[in-house]
Design a protein around this ligand. Sequence first.
Ligand code: BGC
Length: 383
Amino acid sequence: MEINAQSRTLSRLHLHSQQVILDNQQPGGGYLACPVMPDYQFSWFRDGAFIAYALALDGLHNMVPHRVGMSGQWDSALKFHQWSARIINERAAALERTIQRAALDQPLVLTDTLNARYNDEGTVGPSDWPEFQLDGPGLWVWSLAKYVEVARIHPLPVAWMNAIDIVVRYLAAVWQTPCYDCWEERGDAIHISTLAAIYAGLGAAARLVPSLEVEPTRAAIRAYILQHGLTPDGELAKSVGLDLVDANLLMAALPEDGLLTADDPLMRRTVARIERDLLAEGYGVHRHVEDTYYGGGPWVLLGLWLAWYKTQVGDRATARKLVAWAEAHADAEGNLPEQINDVMFDPTRYEGWVKLRGEIANPLLWTHAEYLIVQYALRTATS
Ligand code: BGC
């Protein structure tokens, strides 16, 4: 889709972000995580959820002309949500088996769970990928609720209601099972960011389908986090039993159905430690202190995510600095990468990843999505 002069007031990077996302949506509705990195030629529920969320917001103010009555952004988000619902519904029988096994206290069977990523046609990737990640389906429902709200979808398509229903029962059945986190690491642990994504997804589900009973699970997740998910100093912990934070804990303050409000003291303490431990000189944000993926550089998407958080607590000045840092790391074409390599936690680990996977993913659609989200947040923040 050609994005033209409809929005002369938008920056080049804003227009390019729209373009990169729309260009890399697949015919079935999935988004390639990154068009050039071979391992990223899939659509992740997590990346897609943030991308569709960004498009839902961006479509409100900066409509890309597409066809009568619908912006290009909303049309794209719609296709992603249809794709996600289809993938989930096609696996309903497997997910039901998982739900039943959980009720009988039987062990999880991985082939009966949802993968983190799928090909556009709905097939799975190589079996050595850490696919069991529970944040993705939660984030999908959270993102869907935003789309439904802005695009005023009523009544909900039956396929979406079915998919939401099965996701809710699946997540309620397995949320306490260790899984890989949103960085696809530590598959033997329970991650607070993952629980926060599930929590938000369940809340959104109940707004979409009020007959769904989500409150008992939400209350159990919240109580579990407060009991097992804090560091000795009272921050949210990266995972149960770890005295570490991870920038992915920003997930706890997702707007609308998040676990915590952005200004909750627990969230503020957590972000203060993220800033102490993970904010790089000049404003990039590392994932966690043990990160060695591509040397463990700062992630552009996390700098933007922190900027988004800052708008939620009224600190637009810091948000702007973080955005400026991200903008400075766009390449000549305006592509925003996943991470950068000018400061790394462990530079000795950089080359090994380049040999294995190629250069750092660039452009990363999720980073461009965070850019659009922050643009929206800066425009609408009240203070
Ligand atoms: C990241 C994930 C992301 C995936 C695709 C991985 O390297 O750890 O968070 O979903 O790339 O962008």
